[in-house]
Structure formats: structure tokens, C-alpha cells
Design a binder for this molecule. Structure first.
Ligand code: FAD
Length: 385
């Protein structure tokens, strides 16, 4: 059955996130972007409001929102507020999700609960997911970080690149290979605590967009971790990463929807107020049709994301649907935000107006969690399977 009616609970969560985005995220977004600084106060308030850990089960202190569709409703609003902030929150989700999917009861109790309360410095505790390496981006089979098992523990050595929340997290899920010759079959996933000796923060990236979020490399030098911190079985790491992406790629899709909606709403309003040739520019079909196409594309992207989420909620395979949603929504966000700049003309290009930020933020949606080309590779393989 196809039903697009939201439940009362879903509406409540969406409204809570919308209010938070409007009152707390939006006012902080320009400065966080300008200074390239994580807005810790916003994250602290998000934790208090239950918007940082809403998807973690209540048994571990979270909000217990187990429906992926409901999570997307929340995430669309947070991304409407600022995609940089929602990327930080998404980075925690990227760390918590594999623990929720593949963790033992002990691992869940020990690590998921940590995200649900502030750290000793009263800041929220963040998480990170470290798969990418300098020579293993789109192709994780090239992963070089090594996990050597010795004397009842694992010793990790290697280098991770472009890690969201890297160097500022309490908990990491790190992917390493027990034998590079095994390719994808050698990859295992490990939970690593942020203060483990040998885990060192590398260079912080200076980025085009989502500048409120912190992206950095990680250096692993003889990082010793107990065997009990391995997620799943040895060699199951790639599967765990892909099961995670089936959920989180729908989140990236809805993030793209949220930020595109922000740009569209701004441009729609502007087009009705800005007058040239004695009438609002919206009175020209060349402009109103641009906005119409934005509305169509945003709605279509949202429905694709909801479909992927609904399948995940029903326990159905969603690999292709999540990739379709991400590929379509990411391309849509790039087009919509570029057109929003166009609708504002010279003012759209000026940093005094928010649309150029949305355009810069949109680009990452086509890159992280698998580029748009890789999503198409996944889809084409599924089509021919
Ligand atoms: C801001 C930011 C945050 C990130 N956060 C994280 C994170 O938290 N954790 C993490 O593990 N990683 C993270 N990443 C890494 C991100 O997932 C990778 O950058 C991405 O997967 C692409 O890898 P790459 O940069 O090495 O590009 P490459 O793999 O070198 O690709 C370069 C180009 O070649 C294309 N290409 C490659 N192979 C193919 C192919 N077979 N067919 C067609 N085209 C192909 C790609 O689509 C791309 O256009 C982040 C990146 C950024 C920029």
C-alpha cells in the first residue's frame, strides 16, 4: 500500500526539527560557514532537544525513532537549517548506524549510550566513520590500513582521508584490512575510542561548502584495540559498510532535498518581490518555470528518498533505491541551488545573500558516501543482476 499521510508522531518530530532549524541552526549558520568552525553550542542544544540521537534506541538513551522514514523527516528540516550542521549530525549517525546494525549487546550498551549524554567538557560527543583513504576512495578494495591480530588484540596502522568529525570525535568506526590480498573480503570494522594512543588527528580540510562541519585525515600508528571492539566477524567490514549506506544514502538524499528546498523557498519569495521592466520577475515564465521545475524536482527527490526509507523500514532490499535517491537528489540539489543563484542575479552571487552558500553546500552531495558516478555504477549492476 502506498500512503503519503504522516502519522501524528511523524508530524510532531518534523515540527520539532523545523522549529529547531529555524530558531537555532539558521541564525548560527552564516558565522559557522564564514569561520569554518563547528558550532558546538548548536550541537549542545540539539542534544538537549533530542535531535542528535533521535534514532538511537531508548534502551541506550536515545529517542527511539526506529522508522527510517521518520528519521528522514527530521533530517530534511535540519539540512534546511544548514547542511554543514546536518553533516556533523549525520557523521554521528554514520558511526552509530553500523554499531546498531552489527554491534553486540555489550558494544551497543557501551558506545551508543555515550552519544546520548554530554562529555566531561559538557560538549556533545561526536562519532565518525572512517573508510576513505588516499588510494581508496570510490574503490574500497584498495584499502591499505592494516589490522594485525596479535596477543589477543588488534594493532591498526594506516591513514584515513576526508573523515567527517575526524579528530573531534569520541568514537570511531574504522575500516581496516586483515589481509590486503583478500580485497573486499579482508576488510573488517573496528570501534576505536577517540583517546586511544596512536590515533592522531591529521590535517583539517579547508572546504568549498558544508564549512560548519569538520573534515580531517586520521593517522593510525600502532593503535591497539581489544578483539571485543571488532564489529561483526573478521572480513565482514565491507558488508557492514554497505548495509550502513543503504540507510545513510537515503539520509544524504533527504539532506539534498532540505538544502534545495531552502534555496527554492528563498528564490520563490525573491522572484515575487524583485521588480524589473515594471513587474515582478516572477511574471516572466522564464523565471516562474525555473521555480516550477525546482518544485517538481524537489518533490520527486523526496519521494525517491521516502521510498528507499520505506523499504528499509519493511526490511526489503533497498540498495538500488537508496542509490537512485542519492544520485537523483544530489544532481537535483546542484541544479536547484545554481538556478536559485540565477533567479537572484548579481545578488545571488553576493555573499550578503544566503543562496551562494546553498550552492557551495550542494556540491558535496554528489561526492560523499559514494559519488554520483558510483551510485550509477551500483544501479546499473542491480539492473542487470
Ligand atoms: C567533505 C567530505 C566529507 C567526507 N566524509 C567522509 C567520512 O566521514 N568518511 C569516509 O570514509 N569518507 C568521507 N569522505 C570521502 C568521500 O566518500 C570520497 O571523497 C568519495 O567516496 C570519492 O572518493 P575520492 O575522493 O577518492 O575520489 P575518486 O574515487 O578518486 O574519484 C574521482 C572521480 O572519478 C570518478 N570515478 C572513480 N571510479 C569510477 C568508476 N568506476 N566509474 C566512474 N567514475 C569513477 C568519481 O566519481 C570521481 O568523479 C568525505 C569527503 C568529503 C569531501
Amino acid at each position: 500500500m502506498i500512503d503519503f499521510t504522516l502519522t501524528d508522531e511523524q508530524r510532531e518530530f518534523r515540527d520539532l526539527a523545523r522549529q529547531f532549524a529555524e530558531k537555532t541552526i539558521r541564525p548560527a549558520a552564516p558565522a559557522a560557514d564564514e569561520k569554518e568552525k563547528v558550532p558546538w553550542d548548536v550541537l549542545g542544544k540539539a542534544l538537549q532537544a533530542g535531535l542528535l540521537t533521535y534514532y538511537i534506541p531508548e534502551a541506550y538513551g536515545g529517542g527511539g525513532v526506529d522508522s527510517v522514514v521518520t528519521r528522514l523527516l527530521i533530517d530534511e528540516e535540519l539540512s534546511w537549517g544548514c547542511a554543514g550542521v546536518s553533516t556533523i549530525i549525520g557523521g554521528v549517525g554514520l558511526c552509530a548506524t553500523p554499531i546498531m546494525l552489527a554491534g553486540t549487546e555489550e558494544q551497543k550498551l557501551k558506545y551508543l549510550t555515550r552519544f546520548c549524554e554530554p562529555g566531561p567538557d559538557n560538549r556533545p560527543r561526536l562519532g565518525a566513520f572512517a573508510l576513505t583513504e588516499p588510494s581508496a576512495g570510490s574503490d574500497p578494495a584498495g584499502l591499505m590500513t592494516e589490522a594485525r591480530r596479535e596477543h589477543g588484540k588488534y594493532v591498526l596502522n594506516g591513514y584515513k582521508q576526508f573523515i567527517t568529525n575526524g579528530g573531534i570525535s569520541d568514537i570511531y568506526v574504522i575500516f581496516a584490512t586483515v589481509d590486503p590480498a583478500l580485497g573486499l573480503g579482508g576488510i573488517s570494522a573496528f570501534i576505536v575510542e577517540g583517546d586511544t594512543p596512536g590515533l592522531v588527528a591529521g590535517k583539517k580540510e579547508e572546504k568549498m561548502g558544508i564549512r560548519a562541519s569538520h573534515t580531517a585525515s586520521l593517522i593510525l600508528e600502532d593503535v591497539e584495540i581489544p578483539v571485543a571492539n571488532r564489529l561483526g566477524e573478521e572480513g565482514e567490514g565491507f558488508k557492514i559498510a554497505m548495509r550502513t549506506f543503504n540507510i545513510t544514502r537515503a539520509h544524504v538524499a533527504i539532506s539534498a532535498v532540505g538544502l534545495a528546498r531552502a534555496a527554492y523557498e528563498y528564490a520563490l519569495n525573491y522572484a515575487q518581490e524583485r521588480r524589473q521592466f515594471g513587474k515582478p520577475i516572477y511574471a516572466n515564465q522564464a523565471v516562474s518555470f525555473m521555480l516550477t521545475d525546482m518544485a517538481i524536482q524537489i518533490d520527486a527527490s523526496r519521494l525517491l528518498a521516502w521510498r528507499a526509507a520505506a523499504r528499509a523500514d519493511r526490511g526489503q532490499p533497498a540498495i538500488m533505491q537508496a542509490s537512485m535517491a542519492k544520485a537523483f537528489a544530489a544532481d537535483m540539489a546542484m541544479k536547484v541551488t545554481t538556478d536559485a543563484v540565477q533567479v537572484l542575479g548579481g545578488y545571488g552571487y553576493s555573499r550578503e545573500y544566503p543562496v551562494e552558500k546553498w550552492m557551495r553546500d550542494a556540491k558535496i552531495m554528489q561526492i560523499y558516501e559514494g559519488t554520483s558516478q558510483i551510485q550509477r555504477l551500483v544501479i546499473s549492476r542491480q539492473l542487470a543482476a
